[in-house]
Design a binder for this molecule. Structure first.
Ligand SMILES: CCCCC/C=C\C/C=C\C=C\CC(=O)SCCNC(=O)CCNC(=O)[C@H](O)C(C)(C)COP(=O)(O)OP(=O)(O)OC[C@H]1O[C@@H](n2cnc3c(N)ncnc32)[C@H](O)[C@@H]1OP(=O)(O)O
Length: 279
């Protein structure tokens, strides 16, 4: 398979490390537990661009087909889980590339939210917008203190699509989810724990991974097929909705993102991020 030819396989202690040629993600399988840790490593902020999304898709497929016992998603950056979608993909976009970009984001969501293996996110840094989408697509979340997480799209003048809302709603009560989305609210770790957006707090990345592993280990005595089919039944309606509306969803996104007012807003937001970075 093409994917195999892109992979290098290294052994670190009892762990197998698979990394893509471009190294935007690595997959490390713990030989003792059989759990795969999928790490995003795209400096400076794990912005989800086309290449990172394609890598994520390939890595998730790899983990599914290797029959790993579970998947833990994390980041190699010590303060940022993911800054969400790379705004440069949406600002003054290239026509073909932006189509591939959104389609890849749909692929990642379908693969992660619909994954047959147990999934958990070790959120070791800030996790706005698309970062929060990835985290809420997993079944369990452990976050480090003093970071933020949330769907802040309305703060940027953009609208979170229905399937972003589905992930959010699979974690939060409807009333809290609706208000947070309308406000574009970012939750601190402590607030996220209080509302149930995350499940646990850990003091270090290692501890977060241990807690994620313990969650995945809690299924050890459950029949894997029964567990996977039960999870998929819970998520089937959300997944089917995007499968049915993929093309319309892409066209809606393209129409929306190409509006002059949206482009202006994205330009100003990028400028403000760059100014902040200089100060
Ligand atoms: C009904 C119809 C519906 C149809 C659907 C329509 C539209 C939906 C469309 C889009 C949905 C989008 C979801 C998203 O994910 S949008 C992205 C949202 N992300 C953010 O708002 C995060 C912004 N970033 C930050 O808050 C901080 O950078 C962060 C807290 C992550 C890190 O802070 P830190 O201080 O460590 O680092 P910075 O100095 O701020 O940044 C370093 C460097 O990185 C650049 N950068 C940061 N975030 C992004 C990004 N998301 N995209 C691109 N670039 C980013 C930043 O500009 C700095 O660059 P430089 O100055 O060093 O060049």
């Amino acid at each position: 398979m093409l994917r195999s030819s892109l992979l290098t396989l290294t052994r670190i202690g009892s762990n197998r490390l698979m990394s893509t040629a471009a190294k935007l993600t690595t997959v490390e399988v713990n030989d003792k537990t059989g759990i795969a840790t999928l790490t995003m490593c795209r400096p400076p902020v794990n912005g989800l661009n086309l290449e990172l999304l394609k890598d994520l898709s390939q890595s998730i497929d790899e983990i599914e087909s290797n029959k790993s016992r579970g998947l833990i998603l994390t980041s190699s950056n010590p303060t940022i889980f993911s800054a969400g979608l790379d705004i440069l993909e949406m600002y003054k976009p290239d026509k073909e590339r932006i189509r591939a970009f959104w389609t890849s984001l749909q692929d990642v969501w379908l693969a992660l939210y619909g994954s047959s293996v147990p999934t958990a996110a070790a959120i070791n840094g800030h996790s706005p917008a698309g970062g929060c989408l990835l985290a809420t697509s997993c079944e369990y979340r452990v976050m480090l203190p003093k970071f933020t997480i949330g769907l802040n799209e309305t703060q940027l003048g953009i609208v979170a699509p229905k399937w972003f809302m589905s992930s959010f709603l699979s974690v939060l009560p409807r009333r809290i989810a609706e208000r947070a989305l309308n406000q574009g609210r970012m939750f601190t770790t402590e607030e996220a724990l209080q509302v149930g957006l995350i499940d646990e707090v850990a003091n270090t990345k290692e501890e977060a991974i241990e807690k994620c592993s313990a969650f995945i280990g809690s299924f050890a005595k459950v029949n894997p097929l029964a567990r996977a089919l039960t999870k998929q039944q819970f998520r089937a309606a959300d997944l089917q909705q995007l499968e049915n509306e993929r093309v319309q969803d892409l066209e809606k996104f393209l129409f929306f993102v190409n509006q002059p007012a949206v482009q202006k807003g994205l330009g100003l937001y990028l400028e403000s991020l760059k100014k902040k970075a200089k100060n």
